[in-house]
Every structure is written in structure tokens, then in C-alpha cells.
Design a protein around this ligand. Structure first.
Ligand SMILES: [Zn+2]
Ligand SMILES: [Zn+2]
Length: 124
């Protein structure tokens, strides 16, 4: 509808020095700034984890610094979102739930589970 293609920010150009390592795979390299949809965020190219979406990193502000800061903002909780610590608002995404999505901060990371070995459907 609105053709606001002011994404001259592109992707990957932002300096990622100073970024915390990926909470999922531990990578500190391969982190890049990405702008997708209407919001900027940090993505880990190692495992595909995407950091939280910050309001200020979204249209129309598109503050890259806010996206980077959001990546570094950590309040992890056991079994919860590595960023905001949310445990009750997590969703599985992907064909076999291989992604976990945090409904609170919109971060996404590979689901951390034991390898799925012939889990009976609807078990019990
Ligand atoms: Zn990673
Ligand atoms: Zn979260």
C-alpha cells in the first residue's frame, strides 16, 4: 500500500562490534543488522536467531542503534526467552516447531530440545 522504501539502511552494514554474543549458538561474529517488514533487528547468521524488535527500530524511526541495543538487552530466565525472560508467551514456529518465538519481545531462536527421536504423536 504505502510505498515507503526508505530502507537505504540496507542490511549488514551496521557495525556489530559491541554486540553481545548470540544467546543461542554463542556466536559473536556473523551477527548482522537486518531490516525486514517494517522493523530492524539483529540476526545471527550462524543459527538464524533474530533479536527482539524494538519500537524505535521500526518504521518510521528505523533507529539502528535501538535494534542493536535491543539485542544486547538481556534478562534471561531459565527455560524462557533469552532476552526478556518471558516464559508464558513463547510459541513454536516451523514445520516441526524448530523455532521458538517470543510473543513479548518478538525474538526468535532455534528451539532447544532434545533431538526428536520418533516421538509418538499424541503419545500416552
Ligand atoms: Zn546464533
Ligand atoms: Zn522475549
Amino acid at each position: 500500500m504505502s510505498e515507503s522504501s526508505k530502507t537505504d539502511t540496507g542490511t549488514g552494514w551496521a557495525s556489530t562490534t559491541g554486540l553481545e554474543r548470540c544467546p543461542s549458538c554463542g556466536n559473536k561474529t556473523g551477527l548482522k543488522y537486518e531490516f525486514s517488514g517494517s522493523c530492524g533487528f539483529v540476526e545471527c547468521q550462524g543459527c538464524g536467531t533474530t533479536g527482539p524488535l524494538d519500537d524505535e527500530a521500526a518504521d518510521p524511526l528505523c533507529d539502528v542503534g535501538a535494534a542493536l541495543a535491543a539485542w544486547n538487552r538481556r534478562k534471561p530466565a531459565e527455560g524462557g526467552c533469552p532476552w526478556c525472560g518471558c516464559t508464558g508467551n513463547l510459541y513454536r514456529q516451523g514445520e516441526s516447531g524448530e523455532w521458538t518465538f517470543c510473543g513479548d519481545c518478538d525474538a526468535r531462536w532455534p528451539t532447544r530440545t532434545e533431538p526428536v527421536t520418533a516421538t509418538p504423536v499424541g503419545g500416552a
